[in-house]
Design a protein around this ligand. Structure first.
Ligand code: GCO
Length: 394
């Protein structure tokens, strides 16, 4: 089987500042990692020291064949206290964008990937309506510094996870469990997103702007339709609807979940599960791309994350092959998918689960910080270069 992708289709990998930079001590996640009552298994520490090693890392990704790199900028470095902006931090991220462009890589910049500065949290965090304006001001300042170099701009990474895991499930900071609060937080983040879109559009450069959403292929079983509808409404649709006037929507999907009338069911006995405990179900990407396209009324789609936590790199290749077949099916049906960005460039800090899950196509020895591309890195880089997937496995 051979799938050809449209001219200009973007091929890349993704990371997030807190998961790779190291020592981002001035945000809520660092506090959460050091809070004995949180579910975090270990602190992030130096992680893979990408803050200092980005130039080599970007050159390595370019050498493998990738044409884009998605990374996030850290609000707590850029604005370490209310209204105090760090020119040095902004220059750092300007050099990162420059390193991408020098290597023929389009930088996709994410302004918020889960971490919020400590001072914002002290002033109420995402349950405080004023946080939306504070975020807008930060995005405006960062765009003034980086806008002319940004290829694409993501305001938020998975705001639905920030709201749901932080304010309903209580497993992300600030660890709250309150249904009404989760809804209020959704509304505040939607407001923050719209302010950020305006700030980016009115700043230098012409990067397409959107947000990225965590999506699951929710599958109703035994009368689960109504429950699926409710889950989608507050977890996905509120953001898909808010994205209808954006330039793109970032889709991030890892698996499916079956839902009955009472609950979200775990994977069935005997099915293959990943290090995250998710069912191995790469077909979820096709289902969610289709749904994002439908609910946004046809906003162009960028797959901003797709991948698998596994220590068996052959399963990663199988997973991505099947996920890409789904993207090919969507393209065949006229859905405007602009690119595929694999999570992740490197093994990194997987939030509350620490370093055990390995999502990278590049392994990192965190004692020596030596990077070693896995077979999947060479394989996916070659697909990027050929802009086509050829496989006899499916
Ligand atoms: C998320 C994030 C990434 C994760 C990845 C693997 O989806 O939680 O965007 O930071 O590391 O998804 O779980």
């Amino acid at each position: 089987m051979r799938i050809e992708f449209p001219d200009g289709f973007l091929w890349g990998t993704a990371t997030a500042a807190h998961q790779v930079e190291g020592n981002n001590w001035n945000n809520d996640w660092w506090m959460w990692e050091h809070d004995p009552t949180s579910p975090c298994v270990e602190p992030s520490g130096d992680t893979v020291d990408h803050y200092h090693r980005y130039a080599d890392d970007i050159a390595l990704l370019a050498g493998l064949g990738f044409t884009t790199y998605r990374f996030s900028i850290e609000w707590s470095r850029i604005e370490p206290e209310n209204g105090e902006f760090s020119k040095a931090a902004l220059e750092h991220y300007r050099r990162m964008c420059g390193a991408c462009l020098d290597n023929g890589i389009t930088p996709i910049v994410t302004f918020h990937h889960f971490t919020t500065p400590r001072w914002v949290c002290h002033e109420g965090g995402w349950e405080e309506p004023d946080t939306a304006a504070r975020f807008g001001r930060y995005v405006e300042r960062a765009t003034a510094a980086l806008g002319d170099l940004m290829g694409w701009a993501c305001t938020f990474n998975e705001p639905n996870v920030v709201a749901t895991m932080g304010y309903l499930a209580g497993v992300f900071p600030p660890g709250r469990r309150d249904v009404a609060l989760r809804r209020a937080v959704n509304d505040i983040i939607v407001d923050a997103h719209h302010r950020a879109v305006d700030a980016i559009r009115s700043g230098p450069g012409d990067a397409p702007v959107g947000l990225t959403l965590a999506m699951t292929d929710w599958q109703p079983v035994d009368g689960g339709e109504e429950r699926v509808g409710r889950i989608r409404r507050n977890y996905e649709d509120v953001y898909l609807e808010a994205a209808r006037h954006d330039d793109f929507i970032g889709v991030q999907t890892y698996s499916r979940s079956r839902v009955n009338a009472d609950t979200v069911l775990g994977p069935e006995d005997g099915v293959e599960v990943t290090q995250m405990g998710y069912e191995f179900w790469p077909e979820a990407l096709e289902a969610t791309v289709r749904r994002a396209w439908e609910v946004t009324d046809g906003v162009p789609i960028l797959v901003t994350e797709s991948g698998i936590g596994t220590d068996d790199d052959a399963r990663r290749i199988e997973y991505i092959t099947r996920a890409l077949r789904g993207v090919g099916n969507c393209l065949d049906d006229g859905i405007d998918v602009r690119g595929y960005t694999c999570w992740s460039a490197m093994d990194n800090f997987e939030w509350a689960l620490g370093y055990a899950p390995t999502f990278g196509i590049i392994a990192v020895d965190r004692e020596t910080q030596v990077r070693t591309p896995k077979p999947s890195a060479h394989w996916l880089g070659a697909i990027a270069q050929g802009n086509a997937l050829e496989t006899d496995t499916i």
